[in-house]
Every structure is written in C-alpha cells, then in structure tokens.
Design a protein around this ligand. Structure first.
Ligand code: MLT
Length: 398
C-alpha cells in the first residue's frame, strides 16, 4: 500500500497566488466588461532587456549547428554565468568562489528544494508576515515552525532574542511582502544569533537589486561570520524581468559546515552539490546565456532602467496613498507597498472590495500570515498606464 505524505493535509487548500488567480478568473468571467488591473502577484510587465534578448538569440543560433550545439550542461550552472555572478557580488562588496554559486531555475524552487539537506527534526523560524513558500515547504516536511512577529513597531523587521530556540531561520530583505529592509547592524545581530545557536540562516535576497542606499546590504555576506551560518537565495525574476524566463542562484559558502550526531563534519556546499546533481539537470544553456547578459555593462544599464521605471510606479502609488491619508510601508527598497486596510477592514474584505468595486487585484496580507491581517500588498510592477489608472480609481472611490 502506498502511504502518502500526510503532512499535505496540514496545508491550506491552495497556494496563496493560485487562490487569488481563481478569484480573479471568476470575477472576470462574471464581469467581462470590467478592465481588471492586476497588482497582486509580483509579476513584471516590461519585456526583457535588449542585451538579454540579443544574447538569447545568439545562444539559440548556437543550438542550431553541430559545432556549437550543447546537450546536458553542468547541473550547478555554466562557468561563464557563475563567473559573471562572482563579479556581480563584488559590486555588493562580497567575494565569492565560483563553486559557491549554484545556478537554478529560480529562488522559489531552491527555497523549497534546500529543505532536502536539513533534518526534519529542525525547528524552523519564520518572520510573520512572510512569503508563503517558506512555511508551506516546511509544513510539507512536518517540521516544527516558530514565528517571529513583524509589526509596525519594529518596522516589520523582527530581531532575534535569547528566548528563541530555532535551528533554521528564514530572512527576506528587502522583504516580501512588507518592503522593509534590514540594516547591516541588524543583520549582524542575526548572524551572531545563528553562530551562537549553530543555526543556519536561509537568506532570500530576491529583491536586492531594488536597493540603492549603500547603507542597506544587498547580500548577507557583507556581514562578518555570515559565510559560517548562511545560505543566500537570489533570482533574476525581479532584477531582470525573468519571471517567465526562469533563472536564479543560490550561494552555499565553503565555510558553511555542520556536524552529524556522531561528530562527522558535513559541508553544506557538498551536500547541495550532491542534491542538485542527483535531482536537477541544470538551467537551459540559452537561458544561462541570457542571464549572463544581465550582468554585462549594457545589460546592467538596461536592467537599472527597468528598475527605475518600477520605482517611479511605486512613487506614483505612494503619492496617491499619502494624498488619501492611507497608511503604508515599503515601496522604497522593493516593488511592494504594504497598505494598512482602511476603516478597520480585514485583508480579505479589502481585497474583495478592491476587486468588486474598483476591479483592482491586490494580495491580502492575511495570506502572508497572521500578522498580515489588516494589510494588503500592492505591486509596482504594472505598466505606467495601469498604475496611473488604478491610482485614479482609488483616488476617486476609496
Ligand atoms: C510574489 O508576488 O510574492 C512573488 O512574485 C512570488 C514569487 O516570486 O514566487
């Protein structure tokens, strides 16, 4: 008899963004005349940068001739992309070895897959509100999960304290969903906590490219000691509009080691390599060439222009909310604005109100955890026209 992983029974019926998509599909079917503006899932709208397209086209051509065709590539990524990432990390003030970087099809997959190398006996610490993937992937493994609250009082940046007993810690900065970003001093506290407790931090840096303030770290590895206690997950989805193209990377430092029960030393880098070579066949060559182009001089310039465009959308949104006297967070180091629901509405009530009355889709804060109740997340990834139109609807009718 095949026994099932009954931990799945402990999950919510569907993944947050699937649930929202289903609601929107029903709404559009019932109101075909309404122009729905999607500010829910953080999906980009600008096309890939010209330098990226050029590199992709060249790679496609290479696949068309016998001499340059490529079959299986290295599971951990081609050297050309890993070397480009080593250089990119230098711009964030971090020195890495090529072998510490693993190319993947995105941070979401790695976020779930990385759970493979940790024992199910670990206690997991997640900030609340939080990207639901951290929670759901650990529920799937039946792990004990502790929450640490993000509140307006702590700027949605919860900090460790000695009473917390956790083994694996998820941090996301700039944060999804709140847009808050840790300072270096705050990350130092987390690293100190992790080193003291032999814990490992899983640091999600998917929104690092939005940081323009040199005082805000783009990588946890700027903190001394982080290479002994942290894994960093990153993605080109938001950095370069790769949400549909799929490419990300995970950094597992050589110095990150933990002991087995009998005292044998384990290298997490070697474990992850073993995991990836066994369960993953790598990212397509064409996509890795496109990703390499993101880090070229031309690619960086073009991607920065895209980010500036989204920042301007965020500004337009923040100006409207300020004008309307609505309270909000984020929008500066991230494409997300974390809006306090007006008139004491719950987040699903506000979601329904926006959809039904204004045909605007947001993401209810409650979907990110208990502490998200009373908030709604809106993204700045829309077109300019849609962003302006959504703000006009809000200005007029909210
Ligand atoms: C989000 O909207 O939170 C993100 O786009 C989801 C993701 O990156 O998987």
């Amino acid at each position: 008899m095949a026994l099932m992983n009954e931990n799945y029974c402990n999950l919510k019926e569907s993944y947050l963004f699937s649930q929202i998509a289903a609601k929107v599909t029903t709404f559009t079917a019932e109101h075909p005349d309404k122009k729905v503006i999607r500010m829910g899932i953080g999906d980009v709208t600008l096309p890939l940068a010209p330098a990226v397209i050029k590199a992709m086209q060249k790679a496609v051509e290479e696949m068309a001739t016998k001499e340059t065709f490529r079959g299986y590539g290295p599971e951990q990524g081609y050297d050309f992309l890993r070397d480009a990432l080593v250089k990119y990390y230098e711009t964030a003030g971090v020195t890495l070895a090529r072998e510490e970087i693993f190319v993947s099809d995105g941070a979401k997959s790695d976020c779930g897959n990385i759970t493979d190398i940790f024992s199910d006996a670990n206690t997991i610490l997640v900030p609340d509100p939080v990207y639901p993937v951290y929670v759901d992937t650990n529920i799937m493994r039946g792990r004990k999960i502790l929450y640490i609250n993000g509140t307006p009082e702590n700027g949605f940046l919860p900090m460790p304290d000695a009473s917390i007993k956790a083994d694996v810690i998820y941090l996301c900065s700039p944060n999804n969903p709140t847009g808050a970003a840790y300072t270096k001093a705050q990350l130092e506290e987390w690293v100190t906590y992790a080193l003291k407790n032999d814990a490992v931090i899983l640091y999600d840096a998917a929104y690092e490219a939005f940081v323009t303030d040199p005082a805000i770290p783009r990588s946890i590895f700027v903190v001394e000691g982080a290479k002994e206690c942290a894994i960093e997950l990153c993605s080109l989805s938001k950095t370069a509009g790769f949400t549909g193209t799929r490419c990300g990377y995970t950094v597992v430092p050589h110095n990150l080691k933990r002991k087995t029960a009998d005292g044998t030393e384990l290298s997490l880098n070697k474990m992850w390599l073993r995991r990836q070579t066994t369960k993953f066949n790598g990212v397509p060559y064409v996509i890795q060439r496109a990703a390499e182009a993101v880090f070229s001089e031309e690619g960086q310039k073009e991607c920065q222009e895209m980010l500036a465009f989204y920042r301007e959308n965020a500004k337009i949104m923040m100006d409207t909310f300020t004008k309307k006297g609505l309270k909000f967070y984020g929008g500066v180091y991230s494409p997300y604005i974390w809006l306090e629901c007006p008139k004491g509405m719950t987040s699903w009530a506000f979601f329904d109100y926006l959809l039904e009355k204004l045909a605007i889709v947001g993401t209810p804060g409650a979907g990110f955890g208990q502490m998200g109740e009373g908030y709604l997340r809106l993204t700045a990834f829309g077109s300019r026209e849609a962003t302006v139109e959504a703000m006009a609807r809000i200005e007029e009718s909210l």
